[in-house]
Design a protein around this ligand. Structure first.
Ligand code: HEM
Length: 173
């Protein structure tokens, strides 16, 4: 006979269990607001713009869209690298961020994403229009998916694990 899993047998998330841990406040910040969080909006938006532009070129054949995708991937990659450097600084200098394995998982996801974004830009440099079909749009699709995963995981760091946020050092009620 199979036993029903009791409360003690349920999986627990050790980080969420003690979310109010210390020393996770952002240090690379402007008036207390993390620079990384301000910068990641650009690569996230531009990665999706590139996918949309590739799709619109496939649909309309208008030579304007490959230029949009070229600039979106290029600027997205360069600002993404800057945001990544700021995030890496935060990861290395803030003890409460450095010690959490979730922060390092985010780092690994982000480096994979930046490599994809960079490759998606480089394949367009010689001939932006010829690069779209099929490889450009496929790269854009994978990059958009990877952006969603990395962005979601960044949000998990902040909203679930309180990484980069300030604490009032009181136990939750
Ligand atoms: C390459 C190395 C990266 C490292 C080490 C890193 C590290 C971090 C850290 C420590 C945080 C917590 C907030 C803070 O302290 O600033 C964070 C949040 C976040 N990261 Fe990254 N990150 C990297 C790259 C990226 C990239 C390329 C993206 C783009 C998808 C990204 C998306 C996010 C998002 C969306 C948040 C949540 C921001 C918020 O809502 O406040 N990260 N990251």
């Amino acid at each position: 006979m199979r036993r029903k899993p009791g409360p003690a047998r349920r999986l627990k998330d050790p980080v969420q269990e003690s979310a109010s841990f210390d020393m996770t406040e952002s240090r690379v910040a402007l008036a207390g607001h993390p620079l990384h969080a301000m910068m990641v909006a650009f690569p996230i938006t531009l990665a999706f713009c590139a996918f949309a532009a590739d799709g619109l070129y496939w649909w309309t054949g208008d030579g304007f869209w490959p230029r949009v995708a070229l600039w979106s991937t290029g600027v997205g990659f360069l600002v993404g690298v800057l945001a990544g450097l700021v995030g890496t600084l935060e990861l290395l200098i803030v003890p409460g961020i450095r010690i959490r394995s979730a922060s390092w998982n985010h780092f690994i996801l982000a480096v994979m994403l930046l490599s994809l974004l960079g490759a998606n830009w480089i394949i367009r440099l010689e001939d932006a229009t010829a690069a779209v079909l099929p490889w450009g749009i496929l790269m854009s699709m994978v990059t958009a998916g990877m952006t969603a995963i990395t962005g979601w995981h960044g949000g998990k760091l902040v909203f679930d694990y309180q990484i980069g946020t300030q604490h009032n050092h009181r136990d939750p009620p």
